[in-house]
Design a protein around this ligand. Structure first.
Ligand code: ADP
Ligand code: ADP
Length: 226
């Protein structure tokens, strides 16, 4: 559970123009915020700044009133799932999911307990010994989610997590993410191109255009206009 505040955020990449400008946004505890907008409007940049992977050139991001820093992101309080899964190809599913706990030197028994719990929840128990190359797209995405969930993040970031999946799997995973949200205390921030995903998952939808917030509203307000 966490409250996020983005205050006067600007981001300018070296040699580029502003990717994000005049950006103010408050995300409350347990909200599910979905960013939508055309390619290049700055959605990923916003997510990467919250993840601590990219530094804002102006403004501050606060998490529960504290200025976000690299340490907080590395702590496991903030986790991110990427579109291309970002799994370690040479490691088993078990070791992929366990990775962030292993590098933190968490005792093996506890790692095992957590991995098995997450694997159970995500339907991965039967494939723990496989390598990512031996998994379906949906399984890979579940591993990526498991990898992020293992340390019970307060903020859960997902950048187009379903866009590499076929339509049927996308529908299924969408419902799984909704369930995950229902049973989690985390605040979710999600990027998608898919209007159905935005509508079914979001408690708030933020439309970005050219690095600026064009509109922030509930799915109903946004899509049920006369
Ligand atoms: P979206 O996720 O909405 O497609 P991005 O956040 O990826 O948008 O990109 C926003 C803008 O910033 C784009 O104009 C893009 O070209 C630029 N941009 C993104 N990443 C970088 C980078 N590493 N270096 C330079 N420009 C970048
Ligand atoms: P050790 O036996 O050396 O004490 P562990 O029991 O923690 O270590 O497991 C060692 C390795 O075995 C892990 O890194 C993982 O690759 C694999 N492993 C452990 N438990 C499972 C499991 N339930 N399913 C699949 N692989 C597992």
């Amino acid at each position: 559970m966490a409250e996020l505040l983005m205050d006067g955020i600007e981001k300018k990449y070296d040699g580029g123009s502003f990717a994000i400008k005049n950006f103010d946004l408050q995300i409350k505890d347990k909200e599910f915020v979905v960013f939508v907008g055309p390619s290049g409007c700055g959605k990923s940049t916003v997510l990467r700044m919250i993840a601590g992977l990219e530094k804002a050139t102006a403004g501050s991001i606060y998490i529960d009133g504290k200025v976000l820093d690299k340490k907080m992101a590395a702590n496991g309080d903030i986790a991110m799932v990427f579109q291309n899964y970002a799994l370690y190809p040479h490691m088993s599913v078990y070791d992929n999911i366990a990775y962030s706990m292993k590098i933190k030197k968490v005792p093996k028994r506890q790692i095992k307990e957590n991995v098995e719990k997450v694997a159970d929840m995500l339907g991965l128990k039967e494939v723990l010994k496989r390598k990512p190359g031996q998994l379906s797209g949906g399984q890979k995405q579940r591993v990526a989610i498991g990898k992020a969930l293992i340390r019970t993040p307060k903020v859960f970031l997902m950048d187009e997590p379903l866009s590499n999946l076929d339509a049927k799997l996308r529908t299924q995973m969408r419902m799984e993410i909704k369930e995950l949200y229902k049973h989690s205390d985390a605040t979710f921030v999600y990027v998608t191109h898919d209007q159905t995903e935005a509508m079914t998952l979001g408690t708030k939808i933020v439309v970005l255009n050219n690095g600026k917030i064009q509109q922030a509203s509930t799915p109903k307000e946004l899509y049920n206009k006369p």
